[in-house]
Design a protein around this ligand. Structure first.
Ligand code: AMP
Ligand code: MG
Length: 508
């Protein structure tokens, strides 16, 4: 035996994991205990060593007895108690009624060195909440979810994780014939705003016991600091608003568009969840709509902060029955809790944008400097990621045609960019900014590698032909988004012409 093997690799035994399965054990009406529907003849597409390490599992966990079956919706490992959960939600601003885990299945909740984590399959077959759909997920969208979950985590953005991706030849009918896959997701909880909406709206005789139990569960297990205050429910809402503000600030700063910010797709923990028709900005367009099915642009990039606020109001509405007092008192309390969101969001975004500019101090006019650069980018749809990354290489004093820098070459209106750079230099001098130090700081927050649609598409096309190597390679490149990785420079380039014809819709 190899003496260099880490201890957990020697001792990891699926039969000895400690499963607690707290949400599943609440039973009905919260969680419907049921098995998955096994993918026939499954195979591994990819696994995430980083996600495994966070669970305290070794990188070769997937080679253990029964792993392939357990993670393709077949026979679970001992201790797993599989269940689907019910939720409702507002979709595109309209009350959609009961939804639920129509194609997801909780495997269980396992203890890890960082606390308990839920494992959930997506694409695991029909549940009582599948409505008229098949309970499956196609390989195409599962690859996108696997890659983006792990890429977002590597970018430092709160998200559900992806531990593994399995696939099969099982046919799945979407706009075209495709095949099935199962992603294993990991998070402290998969509860959404929509879970609260569900138990507010589905009540008999004004009995809100289930809503109360759900809220107590979330406070006790995920927001314990809210328990010991005068108004725990309002405190919970304040804290969810704060986390949501931080998450959306992260999205805006990195140029991420979620695509379907329905209330059933907003995590009660402020995690990015449900990667469907998401997209990263290429050329900067504030009104960019990444979801082809979103005809009105409700979820356009620039609208995300406002939509999150709208969703928080829907959550607040769902919590009303839990707060004692007359209408006026309840409204005042919840309004106060929500009122932190706009300031918190502005504060968080301001911090991130200053960091993107490499500024160490906060000064008047910083916001205008950011806004004006964004306006310049928007005018000619200059690549968002590349602009920020190359700006990190800027040297104070290098302005104009005599001292050309790569970032300047991106801008069609070089005069306008030069004028902006003069102001930027003034601002940098005002805090005695040192080029090399600022460069290191900026390169640690402005990624070189993001999951552009065309990169995912290339990996998908190969995978659909049976070659998973590009999924795995892209996963590794995106696990170090801030590193230069010169050997992978092609992954940092502008999208090719064919990328503009890619249409990403809700179909998944
Ligand atoms: P999504 O747009 O993926 O967030 O899904 C919205 C709702 O539709 C959720 O309740 C999903 O579980 C459900 N859903 C989406 N696709 C399927 C499917 N193929 N089979 C069953 N339910 C689905
Ligand atoms: Mg969803």
């Amino acid at each position: 035996m190899n003496a260099a093997l880490p201890l957990e690799r020697l001792t990891f035994d699926p039969a000895h994991l400690h499963w607690v399965n707290r949400y599943a054990r609440l039973g009905m009406p919260f969680a419907h205990r049921q098995p998955g529907h096994a993918l026939p003849a499954p195979r591994w597409v990819a696994t995430s060593d980083a996600a495994a390490a966070d669970l305290g599992w070794p990188a070769d966990w997937w080679q253990r007895e029964g792993a392939l079956a357990a993670f393709s919706a077949g026979t679970p490992w001992p201790g797993m108690e599989t269940a689907s959960t019910v939720y409702s939600g507002h979709q595109f601003g309209v009350w959609a009624g009961q939804l639920g885990d129509g194609r997801a299945l909780l495997l269980g909740e396992v203890e890890t060195p960082d606390g308990a984590r839920e494992l959930q399959l997506k694409g695991s077959g029909m549940t009582p909440y599948s409505r008229r759909a098949d309970g499956r997920a196609v390989l195409r969208s599962s690859i996108r979810e696997f890659l983006c979950s792990e890429a977002m985590h590597a970018l430092g953005i709160p998200t559900t994780r992806a531990l593994a991706l399995t696939a099969s030849d099982l046919p799945v009918r979407r706009e075209r014939a495709e095949t099935a896959a199962v992603v294993t997701r990991v998070a402290p909880s998969f509860l959404r705003f929509g879970h609260f909406e569900h138990f507010c709206h589905h009540v008999r005789d004004g009995d809100y016991t289930a809503l109360r139990r759900l809220t107590d569960f979330v406070i006790d297990h995920h927001y314990p600091a809210c328990r010991d205050v005068a108004q725990p429910v309002a405190a919970l809402l304040t804290e969810v608003a704060r986390r949501t503000a931080g998450m959306v600030a992260d999205w805006q700063a990195v140029g991420f568009c979620h695509g379907v910010m329905n209330t059933d797709n907003l995590s009660i923990l402020g995690l990015t969840i449900d990667y469907g028709p998401f997209g990263f900005l290429d050329g900067f367009d504030p009104m960019h709509i990444c979801n082809h099915s979103d005809e009105q642009g409700r979820y356009a990039y620039a609208r995300q902060p406002q939509v999150a606020y709208w969703n928080l109001h829907a959550l607040a509405q769902a919590l009303v029955p839990l707060i004692e007092g007359d209408t006026e008192q309840v409204t005042a309390l919840l309004t106060e809790a929500l009122s932190h969101y706009p300031d918190e969001f502005a504060h968080q975004l301001g911090q991130r944008m200053r960091a993107k500019l490499g500024l160490s101090t906060e000064q008047d006019g910083d916001q205008a400097l950011v806004d004006d650069l964004m306006r310049l980018m928007a005018r000619h749809q200059i690549d968002y990621t590349l602009t920020w990354r190359l700006l990190g290489d800027h040297r104070v004093g290098a302005v104009g045609a005599l001292a050309p820098e790569p970032v300047r070459d991106l801008f069609l209106d070089a005069d306008a960019f030069d004028a902006w750079t003069v102001r930027y230099d003034e601002r940098l001098r005002a805090e005695s900014s040192v080029d090399a130090e600022r460069r290191a700081r900026m390169h640690a927050v402005n990624p070189r590698y993001i999951l552009r649609n065309h990169l995912a598409e290339t990996a998908i096309r190969l995978a659909e032909a049976g070659d998973y190597s590009e999924v795995q390679r892209l996963h590794l490149v995106l696990s170090r988004p801030f590193d230069e990785q010169p050997e992978h420079a092609a992954y940092a380039e502008l999208p090719p012409a064919w990328a503009s014809s890619l249409e990403i819709s809700c179909s998944s």
